[in-house]
Ligand binder design. Structure first.
Ligand SMILES: *Cc1c(COP(=O)(O)O)cnc(C)c1O
Length: 369
């Protein structure tokens, strides 16, 4: 009988010696503890679904085949999305477990040696984070001080870095504004790689690049149901020419959108008017909140086409802490980027929650030291 070969004793690796330096250097995506707080930090829709629709979802959950894998292509859900979102004929769809997953898939797909991922700064942090995680150089071109696009700087950066992938959030997060459409079209034409217009806030914006799909062969449009009211279901999608999407689809994990997310999203999208009415209420509340906020002493509110408002106030970190102490959680962006000095971001919520926020803000401004 043969004896097993004698193996050298190995010292088990520690994370610091085994893992990629990019991973070790990354900061974890931070989610603040919001238990018991008025939660205005993450652009969630504050409105529940109507009782009838919730009962319909409960019945669907009872009948769902949880013992089976989900439809890998999500075909029925895609059909529903086509109708509900007005996807132009001839364009393909790719579904993601949230649009975050789609950002990851595209980043991995372009990760050739020498490839560069680009966006503007400040913008959505996952563009940068997932590029770094994939080991791809990331170039963030600063916006102007008023958060509009610096067209000249961006076109120069495109010319020198030749990005494989450019992300532009429209409206932008965390600034809330829509970039100039004409300039965006010039940028789409100047980029040698793919340009993704991220329309996470489309429901509050009234402006979209979906109708331009197909006109620019390198243009893709990404959306999510998260800000529309279904953040817990995690569904994002990418629309664009199948020449691109069928390649990305190879990198998508086979069952990335689970059974319950598929049936629930289908059912809710059949009542798109419910989500639209909620979005309309949020848009109305946004103007009321913006004007009241703008009247507060020392507060500057930036224009928003999204379901949140960015504002600047002296001593923002202390104001943020004061709000938190009063049970209201918003987002402190002071320190996130030099253009965001003394900036805070608040989600537009119900009139009642917006009132709680404004009252807590007034008290925090008074007690600021
Ligand atoms: C919230 C947000 C996303 C992520 O959405 P999920 O679908 O929930 O992953 C993507 N892009 C922008 C600009 C966002 O603000």
């Amino acid at each position: 009988m043969k004896t097993a070969p004698k193996l050298a004793q190995v010292v088990p690796a520690a994370p610091e010696t085994l893992l990629r330096p990019e991973v070790l250097a990354m900061a974890a995506y931070h989610v603040a503890d919001s238990r018991g707080m008025v939660k205005l930090d993450a652009m969630e829709n504050p409105y529940p679904l109507p009782a009838g629709l919730r009962a319909e979802l409960a019945a669907l959950a009872a009948d769902a085949a949880l013992n089976r894998y989900p439809d890998p292509a999500g075909s029925r859900l895609k059909e529903r999305l086509r109708g509900a979102m007005g996807i132009p004929a001839g364009m393909d769809l790719l579904l993601g477990n949230g649009s975050d997953e789609i950002i990851q898939v595209l980043t991995l797909a372009v990760a050739n040696p020498g490839a560069v991922v680009m966006s503007v700064e400040p913008s959505f942090v996952m563009y940068r984070m997932l590029a770094l995680a994939a080991g791809i150089p990331y170039v963030g071109v600063p916006l102007k001080a008023d958060f509009t696009l610096d067209g000249e700087a961006l076109l120069r950066a495109i010319d020198s870095h030749r990005p494989a992938l450019l992300w532009l959030a429209y409206p932008n997060n965390p600034t809330g504004n829509l970039f100039d459409r004409g300039l965006l079209e010039r940028i789409i034409e100047a980029v040698p790689g793919i340009v993704v217009i991220d329309e996470a806030y489309h429901a509050f914006a009234g402006s979209s690049f979906l109708p331009l799909l197909g006109r620019h062969p390198n243009l893709l449009v990404m959306r999510t149901l998260s800000k529309l009211g279904l953040a817990g279901l995690r569904l994002g999608f990418l629309a664009g020419p199948s020449a691109w999407l069928k390649q990305f689809d190879k990198l998508r994990l086979p069952y990335n959108v689970n059974v319950l997310s598929q049936v629930f999203c289908e059912a809710v999208l059949a009542h798109r008017e419910v989500l639209d009415a909620q979005a309309a209420a949020i848009v109305e509340a946004r103007s009321a909140l913006a004007s009241e906020l703008g009247r507060m002493p020392g507060v500057t509110v930036f224009p928003s086409a999204a379901n949140f408002l960015l504002f600047r106030v002296a001593g923002a970190p202390a104001v943020f802490a004061g709000l938190k102490a009063r049970g209201v959680l918003i987002k402190n962006l002071s320190g996130a980027h030099h253009l965001l000095a003394d900036c805070l971001r608040v989600t537009v919520s119900t009139p009642a929650e917006n009132r709680l926020f404004l009252d807590a803000l007034a008290a925090s401004l008074d007690s600021r030291t």
